[in-house]
Design a protein around this ligand. Structure first.
Ligand SMILES: Cc1cc2nc3c(=O)[nH]c(=O)nc-3n(C[C@H](O)[C@H](O)[C@H](O)COP(=O)(O)OP(=O)(O)OC[C@H]3O[C@@H](n4cnc5c(N)ncnc54)[C@H](O)[C@@H]3O)c2cc1C
Length: 400
C-alpha cells in the first residue's frame, strides 16, 4: 500500500487549501449572516452561489466522481485527502459541488440512470444548478433495517403511484432541490431485498408534501432534514431507477463512496478542532500557567493526534480496498471507518470544546456545529451498532 499522494493529487490539495484559506473560511461568517438576515433558515446564501461559480472556474468541481466523463476521474483513495480538506468547513462541500446527498445521488444516476434521466437530472446536478435529496428513512419503522420500509409504489398503467411518509430526507428544503430519489416497495410479496425500487420524484409533482423541517441537535442546515408525505404521487414508470426490485442493490452502491466521503470529511473537522484547541491552549493562562503546559491538555492533544491519524489510515485503507478489490470486498473496511471516524471526531471536538471553556459551547468557534455534524453521523447512513454487527459477523466468518 502506498498512500503517498500523486503529483496530480498534491496539485489539487494545494489549490484546494489555498481556495479554502482565501475564500471559504472568510465566507463562513458571511453565509451565516446572510441566512440570519433572510429570516429563513433554509435560505441559500448568495456568497455560496458566488463561490460555487468561482470554484468551478478554478477546476475544483465534482472532484468526487471517479468517472472521467462526469468528474475529475480520481480514485476513491485520491479523492479521500481532498474530501478531508473540504470537511474542515461546513460550507465547503457545497461550494465544490461535492456535498451529500447530491454526491451519492449523482453517482447512482451516472451508474443506473437512463440517458434521458441523466440528461434531465444528472446534468443540472453536475453543473451545480440544482440539488437533490434521498428519501428512504420512515418515522413509523426502524429504518436501520431498510427491509422494514412501508412506502408503496403501485403500478397503474404507465405510472407509479407513491404513497407513504418519510423523514430525514436531507436537503429537501434547499431552495434549489428539484428531485427526490425515493425508495418504495413495489412488490410486497418478493423476497425482502427484492421488494423495493428507487423512483425519481420531481419535487413539484402534485402530492409531494414537505411536512416539517427536523432540527438536528437544534441545527437546521440550509437544506434541512425534511419530513415528507407522498400523497398518491404519480410519476411515469420511466422515472424508475434501474430495474424493479433493485432498490437495495442501488442503495448499497450508493453508500460505499458516500461513507468514505463522510468519514474523510469528519477527519477534516477533527483536524480543525485540534488546531483550534492548540491555539486556544497556547494563549490562555489559568492558575499561573498556559493551558498548553498542563498535562491533561497535552494528553488531549496527544490523544487527538493519535486518534485522527489512526482513523485517517483506516479510511485510506478502505478507499484503497474499494479501488483495488471493489465495494463488496471492502465492506468490512467501509463499516469499520463508518464507526471509527465519527466517533473519533466526536471525541476530538469534545476535547476542543472543553479546552475553550464557556466559549467552546458558544457559536464563536463553530465547535458545537462541528460536534453536531460528527455526532449525527453516528446515525446517518446507518447507526454504529448496525455497522459493528456487520464487522463482527464478517470477522467471525473469516475465522470459519
Ligand atoms: C443528520 C441525519 C441525516 C440523515 N439523512 C438521511 C437522508 O438523507 N435520507 C434518509 O433516507 N435517511 C437519512 N437519515 C436517517 C438515518 O439513515 C437513520 O436515522 C438511520 O438509518 C437509523 O434509522 P432509524 O432512525 O429508523 O433508527 P432505528 O432503526 O429505529 O434504530 C434505533 C437504534 O436502534 C439501535 N439498533 C438498530 N439496529 C441495531 C442492531 N442490529 N444492533 C444493535 N442496535 C441496533 C441503534 O442504536 C439505532 O440507533 C439521516 C439521519 C440523520 C441523523
Amino acid at each position: 500500500m502506498d498512500f503517498a499522494p500523486s503529483s496530480k493529487v498534491r496539485e489539487f490539495q494545494d489549490k484546494l487549501t489555498a481556495f479554502m484559506e482565501e475564500y471559504v473560511y472568510p465566507a463562513e461568517a458571511v453565509a451565516h449572516e446572510q441566512i440570519a438576515a433572510s429570516g429563513d433558515p433554509h435560505h441559500h446564501p448568495q456568497i455560496i452561489q458566488d463561490l460555487k461559480q468561482h470554484a468551478r472556474a478554478a477546476g475544483l468541481w465534482n472532484l468526487f466522481l471517479p468517472d472521467k466523463t462526469y468528474g475529475a476521474g480520481l480514485t476513491n483513495l485520491e479523492y479521500a485527502s481532498l474530501a478531508e480538506i473540504m470537511g474542515r468547513s461546513p460550507i465547503a462541500p457545497e461550494v465544490f459541488n461535492c456535498s451529500a446527498p447530491d454526491t451519492g445521488n449523482m453517482e447512482i444516476l451516472a451508474e443506473f440512470g437512463t440517458p434521458e434521466q441523466r440528461r434531465q437530472w444528472l446534468e443540472p446536478l453536475l453543473a451545480g444548478e440544482s440539488r437533490s435529496c434521498f428519501s428512504m428513512t420512515e418515522p413509523e419503522v426502524a429504518s436501520s433495517d431498510a427491509t422494514n420500509i412501508q412506502t408503496r409504489a403501485v403500478r397503474d398503467g404507465d405510472t407509479y403511484v407513491i404513497t407513504g411518509r418519510k423523514w430525514f430526507t436531507s436537503n429537501a428544503y434547499h431552495p434549489n432541490c428539484r428531485i427526490a430519489i425515493v425508495m418504495a416497495v413495489t412488490d410486497p410479496e418478493a423476497p425482502p431485498h427484492r421488494r423495493a425500487t428507487m423512483i425519481l420524484v420531481p419535487l413539484d409533482t402534485p402530492g409531494f408534501e414537505l411536512v416539517r423541517s427536523l432540527p438536528v441537535f437544534n441545527y437546521i442546515g440550509e437544506g434541512g432534514h425534511a419530513e415528507v408525505r407522498y400523497n398518491d404521487v404519480r410519476v411515469p414508470v420511466t422515472h424508475r431507477l434501474g430495474e424493479e426490485g433493485s432498490g437495495f442493490v442501488i442503495a448499497q452502491a450508493r453508500l460505499g463512496p458516500g461513507r468514505i466521503h463522510h468519514c474523510m470529511r469528519s477527519i477534516g473537522g477533527a483536524e480543525r478542532a485540534l488546531e483550534l484547541l492548540c491555539k486556544r491552549a497556547a494563549s490562555r493562562v489559568a492558575f499561573g500557567s498556559r493551558l498548553i503546559e498542563k498535562q491533561t491538555i497535552q494528553n488531549w492533544i496527544a490523544e487527538s493526534r493519535m486518534q485522527i491519524d489512526a482513523a485517517r489510515l483506516l479510511v485510506l485503507h478502505a478507499a484503497w480496498k474499494m479501488d483495488t478489490v471493489g465495494k463488496k470486498e471492502a465492506r468490512k473496511e467501509i463499516a469499520m471507518i463508518k464507526v471509527a471516524a465519527p466517533n473519533m471526531a466526536c471525541r476530538v471536538i469534545d476535547w476542543a470544546i472543553q479546552a475553550h471553556g464557556g466559549a467552546g459551547a458558544s457559536d464563536d468557534f463553530g465547535l458545537p456545529h462541528a460536534y453536531a455534524l460528527a455526532r449525527a453521523l453516528r446515525l446517518a447512513d446507518g447507526p454504529d451498532e448496525v455497522h459493528r454487527n456487520q464487522i463482527g459477523k464478517l470477522e467471525l466468518r473469516s475465522h470459519g
